[in-house]
Design a protein around this ligand. Structure first.
Ligand SMILES: NC(=O)c1ccc[n+]([C@@H]2O[C@H](COP(=O)([O-])OP(=O)(O)OC[C@H]3O[C@@H](n4cnc5c(N)ncnc54)[C@H](OP(=O)(O)O)[C@@H]3O)[C@@H](O)[C@H]2O)c1
Length: 263
């Protein structure tokens, strides 16, 4: 690959984002990882350094416009921006309604505060970062790419309506941005992983045998009968960064299909 400018991975201190940052740095991109927790950013930087990779770090909270603008202010002197990956996010398992478990209990409904937090983090966070990145690329005339990480469940999934609706919003942003920014040579491509077999999932399964059994049933429904490695999602991001004719689309990295049919 022939990197133009620098790469930024927001949500790059753990999991998928950290794997993408390593893969981009391996390809020669000067790469910055950004997230809220500076201790974790530093751990990630040191782990990469042990493998001979240089990552820069920066703090950001994507739910704050001020924080996102400060981040891009810090990046500007480091040169033009060629790749911006938006991986900050978390899952939320909530049903719209939960039936009473016994005669004494009432129906309970999805909390609106949790809904707003998810939309703030996933949808507004991606909007704020993508907007700042596009502005930076347009000002320097860089033919860069915006890469939001969504989920293969973006078309809807049982027990995850806030999460999947926010991700569907991000897919829509991606397509709209590709239409609007194409004339400036700026691309937008979403990557939609299925379940990723990362440290967080393995720890949760080790702590919670019921969750481990549930995940095993899910795994059996994936056509390839396994979850993705973080490096497989990272390889997709490297491909998106390199292929100058990819834009306005969702690249699914889900082993042949999701969402799951069980709950
Ligand atoms: N893991 C999966 O199976 C899977 C499947 C499909 C899609 N995805 C999507 O892939 C993305 C990464 O998932 P992951 O599992 O790798 O997550 P993860 O391991 O929990 O990492 C999340 C990253 O986002 C950062 N982050 C969280 N809130 C933030 C905020 N408000 N501002 C800035 N950074 C923030 C975290 O650092 P701090 O907490 O320090 O800020 C961390 O660097 C998410 O968007 C997720 O929805 C994951």
């Amino acid at each position: 690959m022939n990197p133009t400018g620098q790469a930024l991975v927001v949500g790059g201190s753990r999991g998928i984002g950290a794997a993408i940052a390593s893969a981009l740095a391996t390809e020669g991109w000067p790469t910055t990882i950004a997230a809220r927790d500076s201790a974790q950013l530093e751990r990630c930087r040191l782990q990469a350094a042990e493998r001979g990779l240089k990552l820069s770090t920066a703090r950001v909270d994507v739910t704050s416009q001020e924080s996102v603008e400060r981040l891009f202010g810090e990046l500007t002197p480091r040169g033009e921006l060629g790749v911006c990956v938006m991986a900050a996010g978390r899952n939320l398992s909530r049903r719209l309604l939960r039936p009473p478990r016994d005669a004494a209990e009432e129906w309970s409904a999805h909390d609106v505060g949790e809904w707003r937090d998810m939309v703030d983090l996933s949808l507004t966070g991606t909007f704020l970062v993508g907007r700042a990145a596009a502005l930076s690329m347009a000002r320097t005339g860089t033919r860069g790419v915006l890469i939001p990480i969504v989920s293969s469940t973006w078309q809807g999934s049982w027990g995850q309506s806030a999460y999947t609706a926010a991700k569907a919003g991000v897919v829509s942003l991606t397509r709209s941005w590709a239409l609007e920014l194409g004339e400036f040579g700026i691309r937008a491509v979403a990557i939609a992983p299925g379940v990723v077999d990362g440290a967080a999932l393995r720890e949760k399964c080790a702590r919670n045998p019921a969750h481990a059994r549930y995940m095993e049933r899910l795994r059996q429904q994936v056509p390839l009968r396994r979850f993705a490695a973080e490096q497989e999602v990272a390889a997709a991001a490297v491909h998106v960064a390199a292929n100058q004719y990819l834009t306005g689309t969702v690249l699914e990295v889900a082993g042949g299909g999701f969402p799951p049919r069980i709950h």
